[in-house]
Design a protein around this ligand. Structure first.
Ligand code: MN
Ligand code: MN
Length: 459
């Protein structure tokens, strides 16, 4: 072998900037403009479903429910309780050849309001929260927060609430101790400095109608005036405090995006756009935007719900084939983020097997913790097939593991889908500061995710 042939034996990880020309990079940056507006509209799973339905309808999808007809070439979506969306197209070939599934999630870590949240103490009005998903609590204090959600009243009507996004809106805030008095707290482990019960949203300070201790009533009166709700209505509400403000470019070269909820809209959006781009191919395609991934994919809007199987059953029945055979031939990309190598915290990563920013979409064979506990561990055969699919479209991709062995770990929806006898592997975008109020992604990586999902759908 000569030197050139020898070099080809080695995996050479390169950035998208090294691998692609300026025109490609320009397309990636242009693609991100669409992503940023989707992200800004989608701070909760309910908002993400709305934004996704809007895009689906623009692309010819119509609402479908059990009992409705399915036709070849049809484009359908099933809106599950406003929090979980299934979009699918019926291909020209039989679904018994397998469905191409991409499954992302649209819930993100945040601070949910408790059932009876409003109180006052020491001349200030607050709302109590219960955090949702894995957060580092110290990151959520001393930063402006907005309130997003839905309140359902007894007459069955629901009110959509968004406070703290418009520049003229008020915001909410969780106070932190001043450094002058923080010496004792400074000595605590990071995870203990801000306990969950201190995550109380500062929400007012002016008593209603000059009533002594009327600050709580002032908060309730303001909500009643604007939304017509009372304290009891919090019992049938889903309200979440999320970081206030819009996503924006990060870095002088504008190569990255700083925003709330990249995990996992940064995979949901490319799964959607890839579906729209590849929906005229031969295969039946299913794109799932799941809820509750951050708390274990539980409940009837999470990936452990039987709904995916029910839809596959209907697709199989419409084609007159066995649903079990459809599942056995189906393939799934579990579309979720991975932790990008962070040069600020090299001790947490094993660099050779970590994803690097700008090196393209990350394929993660296994997630889990310790000895691969809790992972579906995708098969070599499926990954071999996927490598060929991505090579066919010259997608820039890299392999990645979440962090050092024995440092921690995590999971995705992959294990729940693979349990249905479906080949499943994780593919997604590398993220810095995952689960922080503002996370960072690279523009080139999300575009490669879009290209990877499209390559998978069409191969
Ligand atoms: Mn995720
Ligand atoms: Mn997550």
């Amino acid at each position: 072998m000569n030197a050139e042939e020898l070099k080809n034996l080695e995996n050479s990880k390169k950035t998208v900037y090294e691998r692609k020309d300026d025109e490609h990079i320009e397309k990636a940056y242009e693609y991100c403009r669409g992503y940023v507006s989707y992200l800004d509209e989608s701070k909760t799973e309910r908002e993400a479903v709305k934004a996704s339905v809007k895009l689906a309808r623009e692309n010819g999808f119509t609402e479908w429910n059990f009992g409705d007809k399915l036709e070849k070439g049809g484009r359908y979506y099933l809106n599950n309780r406003g929090k979980n969306l299934f979009l699918f197209t019926v291909g020209t070939e039989s679904p018994v050849k397998g469905i191409r599934i991409s499954a992302a999630h649209i819930d993100s870590p945040r601070l949910d309001l408790k059932q009876m949240p409003v109180y006052e103490e020491g001349g200030l009005g607050y709302m109590k929260t219960h955090y949702y998903g894995g957060i580092r609590k110290y990151q959520w204090v001393a930063t402006p927060l907005a309130l997003h959600g839905t309140v359902v009243t007894m007459d069955g009507s629901s009110k959509e609430i968004v406070i703290g996004e418009d520049p003229s809106d008020p915001v909410f805030y969780i106070t932190d101790l001043l450094p002058h008095l923080g010496h004792k707290d400074d000595a605590k482990p990071l995870g203990e400095a801000i306990p969950g019960e201190k995550l109380n949203l500062l929400s007012g300070s002016r008593p209603a109608a000059d009533i002594p201790a009327g600050i709580k009533l002032g908060i309730l009166a303001a909500l009643n005036e604007k939304y017509g709700i009372t304290e009891d209505d919090f019992l049938s509400a889903e309200l979440s405090a999320v970081p206030s403000g819009r996503a924006r470019d990060c870095g002088l070269d504008r190569s990255m995006i700083c925003g709330y909820g990249h995990d996992d809209r940064v995979c949901a959006y490319p799964a959607l756009t890839a579906l729209f781009e590849s929906m005229n191919g031969p295969h039946t395609l299913l794109c799932i935007l799941a809820d509750k991934e951050e708390i274990g994919s539980e409940g009837n809007t999470g990936m452990q719900c039987a709904l995916m199987n029910d839809i596959i059953d209907e697709i199989a029945a419409a084609a007159g084939v066995s649903a079990a055979a459809v599942r056995a031939a189906s393939k799934c990309l579990s579309a979720d983020v991975s932790a990008a190598y962070d040069p600020n915290f090299p001790e947490a990563f094993e660099k050779r097997n970590s994803s690097l920013m700008n090196c393209g979409v990350v394929l993660t064979k296994y997630t889990g913790a310790r000895g691969k506990s809790g992972t579906n561990d995708a098969s070599a055969e499926f990954i071999g097939w996927l490598r060929a699919a991505m090579a066919h479209e010259d997608v820039v991709w890299q392999a990645g593991e979440l962090g050092k062995v024995d440092y921690g770990g995590g999971g995705t929806v992959a294990k729940f889908i693979s349990k249905q006898n479906i080949e499943t592997v994780d593919l997604g975008v590398p993220v810095l500061s995952m689960h922080a109020p503002y996370e960072i992604i690279a523009k080139t990586d999300i575009y490669e995710a879009h290209r990877a999902f499209a390559a998978f759908n069409l191969f």
